[in-house]
Design a protein around this ligand. Structure first.
Ligand SMILES: [Zn+2]
Length: 352
């Protein structure tokens, strides 16, 4: 099995095991299970529970998961009708809602782990829980998440789990996270009094006196090197129309990591509720949560030609200086080397 396929299958399957474990610990009548997708380093599952899960309980849940795997239960896939699915998940309000939202006539699949746990899922999964015994996993955290990302709806507990093919890979991942936290520029910048961030300008630093001095020193050094190697310096616009990002490929590949600025004609007032809007698309796989925008909410259509984007990189603007005035002019001989010294901004996922 390919590594990617393996990751997907066992992380998915492990999410079912987690749900089964939580149901056994809390009593199935006390647990409402929501969704449990895989994410970049494992998976999570959202639950509505009678009380909060504390970090002290993580080992108990992990042990329960192991106990379930050791039962070596078979996994059975079953295709059911909408009516049958509603019957199977009777009393599980989130599953009922998901089933009701499915288009008529769509094939619905459910997966049984043993005969006492069933989940609504497309699969694929392992054929037997025994296949998961070699998987290395660890509960990372519990955080709250609104059902379907809607703050007007239930606040659920999201249990995050790291999951890797073996202990060695899990250990390496945990070590990497620890190192990343220690080297986190946001932490170091504050400790050394170099720069700060404020929530009103996400991803954009305030340079403090010490930091600005450092910045200027590095800039001066960089200019000295550029001069030595024959580079000339330019400065370019910070915001560009969508057209440039389409040409550069950022629109297709990087749109969710850019700060978007609606153009002059961009804002409209929503003439109806808009469901299914990604709550926070910058977190990639983690963010499956969606919100509903109310009627009348100001929205803008990203796809309009006058939508602008703050630049995450300098190269497309530097290219423009070639395409508009030509690479070789009286004042710029070919081949010419240019350094675009303007700053860039990009939306980033918050560090975990
Ligand atoms: Zn599944």
């Amino acid at each position: 099995m390919e590594r990617e396929q393996f990751l997907e299958v066992y992380r998915h399957s492990l999410a079912h095991i987690l749900a089964k474990a939580v149901m056994e610990i809390f009593g199935r009548e006390n647990v409402q299970i929501a969704i449990g997708p895989q994410i970049a380093d494992g998976m999570y599952y959202d639950f509505l529970l009678p009380r909060g899960i504390s970090t002290e309980e993580f080992p108990q849940i992990e042990a329960k998961m192991k106990e379930i795997m050791k039962r070596k239960e078979a996994w059975t896939r079953k295709e059911v009708t909408k009516a049958e699915a509603l019957e199977i998940f009777k009393g599980q309000k989130y599953k009922e809602e998901l089933i009701n939202d499915l288009p008529e006539g769509e094939t619905i699949t459910v997966y049984y782990t043993g005969d006492d746990f069933v989940d609504l899922c497309r699969g694929p999964h392992v054929e037997n829980s025994a296949e998961l015994l070699s998987v290395a996993y660890k509960i990372r955290a519990v955080s709250s998440a609104y059902w379907r990302g809607d703050e007007k709806r239930d606040s659920l507990q999201r249990v995050y789990v790291y999951a890797f093919p073996d202990q060695q890979q899990l250990k390496a991942h945990l070590a990497m996270i620890k190192e990343a936290q220690e080297r986190d520029h946001k932490k170091i910048g504050k400790e050394l009094d170099l720069f700060m961030f404020d929530e009103t300008a996400p991803g954009m630093p305030y340079w403090l006196p010490r930091g600005w001095k450092l910045y200027q020193t590095l800039l001066a050094y960089s200019r000295k090197l550029q001069l030595k190697h024959g580079y000339t310096e330019i400065s370019a616009p910070l915001i560009n129309k969508k057209k440039l990002w389409v040409i550069s490929g950022h629109w297709a590949h990087y749109q969710n990591n850019m700060f978007m600025v609606p153009g002059l004609e961009g804002f409209v007032s929503a003439d109806a509720e808009i469901p299914g809007v990604l709550d926070n698309p910058m977190d990639g796989l983690d963010e499956t949560a969606t919100v509903t925008l109310p009627k009348g909410a100001p929205v803008f259509n990203r796809d309009l030609d006058d939508t602008m984007g703050a630049k995450p990189m300098n190269c497309p603007n530097a290219m423009m200086t070639y395409t508009t005035s030509g690479p070789c002019t009286a004042t710029r001989s070919c081949p010419s080397a240019t350094a675009n010294m303007t700053c860039c901004t990009a939306r980033r996922s918050p560090a975990r």
